[in-house]
Design a protein around this ligand. Structure first.
Ligand SMILES: [Zn+2]
Length: 439
């Protein structure tokens, strides 16, 4: 059941979050000063950068007299205990690693927001029945650091028991030539326990998962909004290597009306997809797409020939499973229509599918209520990038996310989140966790 939050408690939470901002700023500054190289921030998972971030966060938690525990994979849990036994915890998580030469905020902002929130709860004297834990997650940027066969988001997947034990040996950091398992052991944790299980986090122990993250795209910036509510994480459906086959012919002598021009036919498909996007976008549906590779064959094509073949890829992304289904059907149907009209043949390979993650509707509703209580515009949006929240959802733990405006993109040294926006995002997170943590 949700705790009703009146205007008095709301204003106390707002003040307490403000009071926690100087220590949050000091953490960001310390991280930047000590994990920045010549080309940006590098907090390498299970390496010097991430380890530094863990020491810093752990020291801060100790100063705040919060309980600290670690799991076998080296994820850290910083807990303000609840008043009732046998309740399921609320976890506020984010990652402490970064991409190589990235920015200071991607990942760390969520952990620092969690610490500020726990500090604010203590200041207000807020009682909650369940444990509220900040989880500092390892190795979210796995694909930037570890090669070999692995499923990414390694830190959260190990905590949630979603990892295949083989990944501990298959995932290798090329710069250190050490496997994930060896890295875990190097840091003093227990890869064998990760391998054996059981999972540290289960739906029986964790009732809800919140994550605050900087927005990785420019949407909040464009709309002049400080925060957004993430209601889904985009999945994708892709054509990796498809062809349109027409007929090569003399570029001067072949009458236009009988040409089987593969470039014209492919362009027709591109523009039909573009117009379908316009239609769905106008209905408020989430969709982006790219024909990222598109070309004629340099071995055959020529200035003076009718182009007889194209190869192309298509990447369709949406936070809605239905939209992906609609788009797959649309592309298949319109390729057939264009074949008839333009006397070409499309060889479409099979669409790949990575399902979108739909975040928990009732937690999203709490975040909407929080925006209203705090006087913030309500802006639901899809996340274009992947996050640990999708692994929690996959493990059966209801999850939701807050985005904070960030200029200049993410995974780059120029990431720019203002402390004012961070404060508003943290207020929203604190309000929602207070509401969800029951009195
Ligand atoms: Zn991130």
């Amino acid at each position: 059941m949700l705790r009703p939050i009146d205007t008095v408690l709301t204003s106390h939470l707002v003040e307490a979050v403000s009071a926690a901002m100087p220590s949050a700023r000091a953490l960001f500054d310390d991280l930047a000063a000590n994990t920045r190289g010549s080309h940006g921030i590098s907090r390498d998972p299970y390496g010097r950068g991430e380890q530094y971030a863990y020491r810093l966060v752990h020291e801060c938690a100790t100063r705040l007299e919060l309980q600290c525990t670690w799991d076998a994979a080296g994820n850290l849990y910083i807990t303000r205990p609840g008043t009732a036994a046998n309740t399921r915890a609320i976890v506020i998580g984010s990652h402490l690693d970064s991409v190589p030469n990235g920015g200071n905020y991607d990942g760390a902002a969520g952990v620092i927001a969690g610490l500020a929130l726990l500090e604010a709860f203590a200041r207000v004297g807020l009682r909650h029945r369940c444990d509220v834990s900040v989880m500092a997650i390892r190795c979210e940027e796995s694909s930037s650091w570890f090669t070999g066969e692995h499923g990414g988001h390694l830190g959260s997947r190990m905590a949630l028991g979603l990892i295949d034990p083989a990944e501990l040996d298959q995932a290798v950091r090329p710069d250190t030539r050490r496997t994930l398992g060896q890295h875990i052991a190097d840091c003093g944790f227990d890869p064998e326990r990760v391998r054996r299980g059981p999972a540290h986090l289960t739906p029986a122990r964790v009732g809800k998962y919140f994550e605050l993250h900087i927005e990785q795209g420019p949407v909040l910036e464009m709309k002049a909004l400080a925060v957004g509510i993430v209601d889904s994480i985009r999945g994708n459906s892709r054509l990796r290597d498809s062809r349109c086959i027409g007929a090569y012919n003399h570029g001067g002598a072949t009458p236009q009306e009988i040409r089987q021009d593969a470039v014209v036919a492919t362009s027709d498909l591109v523009m039909r997809v573009q117009r379908k996007w316009e239609e769905l976008h106008a209905q408020g549906k989430d969709l982006v797409f790219a024909f990222g590779r598109l070309g004629t064959d340099p071995a055959v094509h020529s200035l003076s020939k009718v182009p007889g073949e194209t190869r192309f890829s298509l990447d369709i992304r949406s936070g809605s499973p239905e939209v992906l289904t609609v788009m797959r059907a649309f592309v298949t149907e319109h390729a057939r229509l264009i074949e008839d009209e333009r006397k070409v043949r499309f060889e479409l390979d099979a669409f790949t599918l990575s399902e979108p993650t739909v975040l928990d509707t009732s937690m999203v509703a709490t975040l909407r209520a929080g925006c209203k209580a705090l006087g913030l515009p309500v802006h639901p949006m899809a996340s274009g990038g992947g996050h640990d929240a999708q692994e929690f959802t996959r493990a059966g733990i209801p999850s939701a996310m807050v985005f904070v405006r960030n200029a200049n993109g993410s995974h780059v040294p120029e990431e720019a989140m203002t402390m004012d926006d961070f404060e508003l995002g943290t207020q929203l997170l604190a309000w929602a966790v207070a509401a969800e943590s029951d009195a």
